[in-house]
Design a protein around this ligand. Structure first.
Ligand code: 5CA
Length: 162
């Protein structure tokens, strides 16, 4: 690991270490807050960015995490059908409370408590992907197999390109 990581990025590194993965969180000078910015900062395609979108199940109030390819638009109706209740986009405070991280830095793992997780099959078709690591400047590279193992998420078709 190079240098000191900020607290939230360090928490992600620790979660990866604890889960037994040899993956390295890196902090970049440029913003990685959005999938497009992250791709630019990393020098990869937007499709390779694992964007973590938090929804709120409207009846139960439970969070739902969808990890999708940066180029895909998430069909909320399809997710609602899978969850079994209507969902809505989460507000920033809800995202922070449910995951422990701010929007733009929500990682696929290391959340404050387990969260129901769905994985985009298009993202899993790629070998090398990049995910947020706790802050809008921190990312880590992993394989789609590692993402599957790390999250134990349910693989779905999220809805196609935006
Ligand atoms: N760091 C990058 C990927 S490495 C990242 O986190 N991208 S992201 O796409 O997963 O996170 C940004 C997402 O947060 C946006 O796609 C959007 O769905 C969501 N978001 C942004 N602003 C808001 C907001 N005000 N309220 C709710 N969700 C938001």
């Amino acid at each position: 690991m190079s240098g000191e990581l900020r607290r939230s990025a360090r928490a992600v590194q620790e979660a990866l270490d604890a889960a037994g993965f040899e993956l390295e969180v890196v902090e970049l000078p440029a913003s990685t807050r959005t999938a497009r910015e992250a791709a630019e900062a990393i020098g990869c395609s937007v499709a390779q960015i694992a964007k973590s979108i938090v929804f709120r199940a409207l009846d139960s109030g439970e969070p739902v995490l969808v990890i999708a390819s940066g180029v895909n638009r998430i069909d909320e109706t399809a997710i609602s059908a899978l969850v079994g209740e209507p969902i809505g986009q989460a507000k920033p405070d809800f995202v922070r409370e449910a995951t422990g991280f701010v929007i733009g830095g929500v990682p696929p793992c290391g959340h404050v408590r387990p969260i129901s997780t769905f994985l985009d099959e298009d993202l899993l078709a790629l070998d090398e992907i990049w995910a947020a690591a706790g802050t809008p400047h921190a990312v880590f590279r992993l394989t789609s197999d590692q993402l599957r193992e790390l999250t134990g998420g349910t693989v779905i078709a999220v809805g196609g390109q935006s």
